[in-house]
Each structure stands twice: as C-alpha cells, then as structure tokens.
Design a binder for this molecule. Structure first.
Ligand SMILES: Cc1cc2nc3c(=O)[nH]c(=O)nc-3n(C[C@H](O)[C@H](O)[C@H](O)COP(=O)(O)O)c2cc1C
Length: 274
C-alpha cells in the first residue's frame, strides 16, 4: 500500500465514522421508506433441535452492587478449567440479546440492549467448550424463544477458536466463545447507506453488557475485534456476504491467583518504559 492509498483509506475510515452527517442525494430513500418488505427480526432456526434455556436466574450468585460491578469490570484472558453452568450461559445470552417484547405486530424487538432503530441486526453463535449439560461444539442463540440450537461438533474446536481469533491462543481456554455476526440487511432496510456505523456502535452495547453480566456472576471475558472473519464464517456456515461474523468474546471462569498471568499480557508496557 503506498502513501497515497493509506491517506485515502484513512480518510474513508474517518468519513465512515461521521457517516450520518454526510450529504446524500435528496431523492435517496431507504428500503423502509420505499415500503419494501421488512426482513425477519431474527434469523430462523438453522436446524430442528432447540434446547430450552433456564430463565430463572435466582439460583445464581449475582453481585447486585451496580457500582462495584462497573468498577471491577476488566478484560480477562486467563481462565480456569471449571465449566460454567447452563444457567450462567443463559444469563449471559439474556443480558446481551434477550428479547423483552416485540413492538407492534412484528415491527421491532425490544431487547436488554439498546439498538439503533431497534433493528438488532446481530446473531449470536457460540463455540462451547465447557458448559455443564452441553456437548462441546457449535451453537446458535434463538432470541425469540430464548433457546439455543446445536449446529454440530468440531474435531478441533480449540484450533477453530484460535484461528477465528486471528491466532490469539489465550481464547482456546475459555468455557465459551461468543461470536457476533451482522445480518446486514436488517439494519440496511431502515438506514440504507447510513446503516453501517450504527451496527458497530450497537455491537459495543452488546459486548459491554456481556462484560458487565460476566462480572456480576463471577466470570470473566475479553472482547476481540481481531476476528478472522472468513475462518469464523466458515465454521458457522455463513456466506460472508449477507451475514458475517465481525466480533467475538471468549468468556470463562476466572480466579484471583491468575492475576500474575493476566498481568503478563501487558509486561511489554513496563519493559518498554511506556
Ligand atoms: C472493540 C474492542 C476490541 C478488542 N480487541 C481485542 C483483541 O483483539 N485482543 C485482546 O487481547 N483484547 C482486545 N480488547 C480488549 C482491550 O485490549 C481492553 O478492553 C483494554 O486493554 C482495556 O482493558 P480493560 O478491558 O481491562 O479495561 C478489545 C476491546 C474492545 C472494546
């Protein structure tokens, strides 16, 4: 890439972030304005084996001190071998993508996270390694019914996790890796050329709730933007055009004695006197 191309790309990146203030043709109309049919609010089940998730979280040890949860949230990249429970997994899914109600007949889902125009264009997939009661393998969340479906096993689940996280080996020890895809047209139908920054903004709400929910129930995780999209799409059978994975978060059980190993990730800060 030469200097000119780098400048052009940086300029395009800046314009992307300020997309809403970019002028478009006065005649431009989004598909919603053109009264085109609305896409489904969530992806249909990909198979026919849905698993009900527990929805009673009263058995969980939840830290209900809001400020303590906020203040203790941090990224965890070191996990113990303890599995997480199905109720913990259910709670994390509920807190990140759970559908509380539907606006109108089927105009929008209202979820535990906010979302531009209530489009909620994400699907959540999981690589499950250690969750009590679940066979290891690949899963998909069905938000409309608060269920998950098993998509299949994997001969080398850890290898797939590391590849999909662009070689970040620490992720292979997580109990579960959450993968977020975007079903692009769900946002584009309403926002057209303005859709894409809102998708990225909204994905931050999802993973922040995942951070906070994990913290509140004694688990830990770390957001990962360095996703190898083709590898992740391939694993979950996504076409990479209409739907593509762009964000992930390994989550697992954590222990205070692992703090030194956690700190080792940032040893370079001291070494380089930064
Ligand atoms: C959008 C986003 C992308 C991130 N991508 C990575 C990543 O690919 N690898 C990683 O180790 N950490 C990643 N992180 C974690 C950040 O490094 C971490 O949040 C930051 O160092 C601040 O630390 P804290 O979360 O403990 O406050 C990401 C965080 C966010 C929000």
């Amino acid at each position: 890439m030469d200097a000119e191309e780098i400048r052009t790309r940086i300029g395009a990146g800046r314009a992307f972030i300020t997309n809403f203030s970019r002028p478009v043709d006065e005649d431009y109309k989004t598909d919603q304005e053109l009264k085109k049919p609305q896409p489904p609010l969530a992806k249909a089940a990909m198979g026919n084996q849905a698993i009900d998730l527990p929805h009673d979280f009263s058995a969980l040890e939840i830290d209900n001190d809001f400020l303590r949860v906020i203040n203790s949230r941090k990224s965890h990249r070191v996990y113990t071998d303890e599995p997480i429970t199905l109720t913990q997994l259910s709670c994390l899914l509920w807190c990140t993508q759970g559908v509380k109600s539907v606006r109108g007949k089927s105009y929008a889902t209202l979820r535990t996270v906010p979302g531009g125009g209530a489009r909620h264009p994400f699907e959540c997939y999981m690589a499950v390694r250690r969750v009590e009661g679940l066979e290891p393998g690949l899963y998909h969340y069905l938000p409309m019914t608060h269920q998950i479906e098993r998509l299949g096993g994997m001969d080398d689940l850890e290898g797939m996790i590391v590849r999909s996280l662009s070689g970040q080996r620490w992720g292979e020890k997580a109990s579960v890796v959450f993968y977020y895809s975007c079903v692009f047209y769900r946002a584009e139908w309403r926002y057209g050329v303005f859709a894409h920054p809102t998708v990225l903004i909204d994905s931050g709400h999802v993973t922040e709730n995942l951070y906070l929910a994990a913290t509140a129930i004694g688990l830990g995780g770390c957001a990962v933007a360095a996703v190898d999209t083709p590898a992740a799409d391939h694993a979950f059978g996504l076409d990479g055009v209409e739907e593509s994975i762009f964000y992930a978060m390994p989550v697992g059980t954590v222990a205070p004695e692992n703090q030194e190993a956690e700190d080792a990730f940032y040893a370079f800060v001291k070494e380089q006197g930064l």
